[in-house]
Design a binder for this molecule. Structure first.
Ligand SMILES: [Zn+2]
Length: 66
């Protein structure tokens, strides 16, 4: 009951602007806004996830090979 904020908005941690709760980034400064409960990797495309996994494998192979 004692919530001064509007439920549909949140405050940008970087510039303090009021932004829509569902906004992926701040429209004022471009700061990425993570929603609580949403993993950071949920915004990645399958290609980006694949490249990350591939990069990790390549790094592991490189460490072993050297
Ligand atoms: Zn901002």
């Amino acid at each position: 009951m004692a919530t001064p904020q509007h439920p549909a908005t949140k405050t940008c941690p970087n510039c303090g602007a009021t932004v829509p709760a569902g906004a992926p980034m701040c429209p004022e400064c471009g700061e990425p806004l993570q929603t609580n409960g949403t993993p950071w990797y949920s915004n990645l495309t399958p290609t980006e996830v694949f490249l990350m996994i591939l990069g990790s494998i390549m790094l592991a192979i490189g460490l072993v090979a050297v």
